[in-house]
Design a protein around this ligand. Sequence first.
Ligand code: ADP
Ligand code: MG
Length: 247
Amino acid sequence: MTAPAVAAHGVTKRFGPFTALDGVDLDLMAGEVHGLIGSNGAGKSTLIKVLCGAYAPDGGRLEVEGRRVGNATPAQAERAGITVVHQETQLFPELTVADNIVVAAPNRRGRLMRDRRADHAEAAELLGTLGTGLEPGRRAGTLDLAEKKLLQVARALRARPKLLILDEPTAALEPRQSKLITDLVRRLAGDGLAVLFVSHDLDEVRLLCDRITALRDGRIVARLGRGEATPHGLVELVAGRTLANAP
Ligand code: ADP
Ligand code: MG
């Protein structure tokens, strides 16, 4: 069996006396969209931050294609092949689409591209390959929310990651816009990328994802394959904390 693109083994993260992640195991396979669900405070963002090098875990280890990686910083994680698209759009509104893709985005080898024409050709080619319909010369500030998210994804892909992490990429989007994102995600996975997809939209997760992991209070409470997740079952999983705390 091939090693997962990225694996977390027994990852623990504490904030002072509080344990936000407690022995989390996760296998993210090339070619799969993996959904991550859980109520607010379950630990989803903390897990993402450990994977992308923003937080050092207090225990456990990370592997990329079977090799242990340090991921002490986001730059290290990116070099190891892990890239994240954060929920907040971090774009430069005054710059063009192409410039947003190339500005300050080190490529896989950590080299800053300096030849602007080559940069723009690369950005245009990337946009063409993705089939996003985004025009390289448009100013980012004029894009709608879905287009901004597509641009963030394009920028993340420039690092040629093995794992693309998307934190609530469709939050605040209308269904028709969300579909632009989820269609792209499906295609990227079809091309062999591993995707970790975090969403509050349980129907979207159920329809899009090959596997689903549910977090609650920093622990994994369910792992479901495609077809094992029912609408009601997912709601129950996410609502677990509320139910357990109900009088
Ligand atoms: P989710 O993304 O699933 O909503 P988070 O990973 O953001 O959950 O948070 C998990 C838990 O860890 C929450 O109880 C949160 O309050 C706590 N937490 C997250 N980040 C910090 C931090 N930097 N300092 C202290 N507690 C934190
Ligand atoms: Mg979060």
